[in-house]
Design a protein around this ligand. Structure first.
Ligand SMILES: Nc1ncnc2c1ncn2[C@@H]1O[C@H](COP(=O)(O)OP(=O)(O)OP(=O)(O)O)[C@@H](O)[C@H]1O
Ligand SMILES: [Mg+2]
Length: 291
């Protein structure tokens, strides 16, 4: 099961924006995707609650017996949003189950410095060092015509990390996310230029995850008016809250379990442990019961 984590220790770099869009891109291809919020702010969970029901569905965490966090049955792809400042033990636990790290980076000295430290820490982790988890950088909020893009590309090159694309600054992201949409959902007006910017990013991600080029398309969707509150999806069960809120503290975040692996995947034995009683498709993340 491909797991894509969006990581950068620099706050406000665009992680949640990127994570929500990746999840919606997968969902709109008919893929059963979970958007997992490892972020104490629960930004993407808030967004999921706003997502209108007729749109391509994106699952959140579910809570199993013994207060375990896991992907709901049938999930085949996972996108993880992570908090700013994540490092050390918390970061290594997320990386243990991650196949692809996408790092959104804005172009300022401070952003590059912080992202550089994050890359350095990631590189030292065995799963990254061995190539089982791949890294790539995306330039965020950049005007592709400016020198800033070259600066960031050169910076990425100096860190020997692929620079796979640039997303411009536009209120279209802010507006669509406000309503539970992304640019990949049926919406008016279609942001053609912005969708085009995503293409190299999605192509790299697709290849890095070993995904087929043409998955089953999603069924045609009815686009609701954004302002209609009656169309907003019901919030997830309240029972999700306690487990999710404590996730970033993490001492109880212990085992990642995977379902059937694609042929080209090479999870370490520790990561392939399946929880007792798990479904054919995976229990994703288990925590020990609260003390
Ligand atoms: N391409 C963009 N154009 C315009 N605004 C953007 C773009 N990307 C992100 N933003 C805005 O920048 C702000 C920070 O983005 P976001 O919340 O995705 O960052 P984050 O890395 O998840 O932050 P945190 O570290 O606090 O979790 C948000 O207000 C978001 O709407
Ligand atoms: Mg965020």
């Amino acid at each position: 099961m491909p797991v894509i984590a969006v990581i950068n220790r620099k706050g406000g770099s665009g992680k949640s924006t990127l994570a929500t869009h990746l999840a919606a891109w997968l969902a709109n291809q008919g893929i059963a995707v979970m958007l997992g919020d490892v972020d104490r702010q629960q930004s993407t969970r808030t967004w999921l609650k706003r997502r209108p029901a007729p749109l391509a569905p994106i699952a959140g965490w579910s809570v199993g017996q013994k207060n375990t966090l896991k992907a709901p049955p049938g999930i085949t792809h996972v996108v993880l949003d992570t908090p700013g400042g994540m490092h050390g033990f918390e970061l290594s636990k997320v990386i243990m189950s991650t196949d692809v790290v996408l790092m959104p980076v804005c172009n300022s000295l401070f952003d590059r410095e912080s992202a550089g430290q994050c890359l350095q820490e990631l590189r030292a982790m065995p799963r990254v060092a061995s190539g089982r988890c791949r890294l790539a950088v995306i330039g965020m909020r950049l005007d592709a015509r400016t020198r800033a893009v070259d600066t960031l590309r050169e910076w990425a090159s100096s860190h020997t990390v692929p620079f796979i694309g640039v997303l411009r600054e536009t209120q279209a992201y802010v507006r669509s996310l406000d309503s539970g949409f992304t640019l990949f959902d049926p919406h008016k007006p279609l942001q053609t230029a912005d969708i085009a910017q995503w293409e190299p990013i999605l192509e790299w991600t697709r290849q890095a995850c070993g995904m087929q080029a043409n998955p089953t398309p999603a069924p045609e969707l009815v686009t609701p008016a954004v302002s209609e509150p009656s169309k907003v999806a019901a919030p997830r069960a309240n029972s999700l809250m306690p487990a999710q809120e404590s996730l970033v503290h993490g001492s109880r975040l212990t085992v990642f379990a995977h379902g059937p692996k694609p042929a080209n995947e090479d999870h370490s034995p520790a990561l392939s442990v399946r929880a007792a009683g798990s479904q054919a498709l995976p229990q994703f993340l288990l925590r020990k019961p609260a003390a």
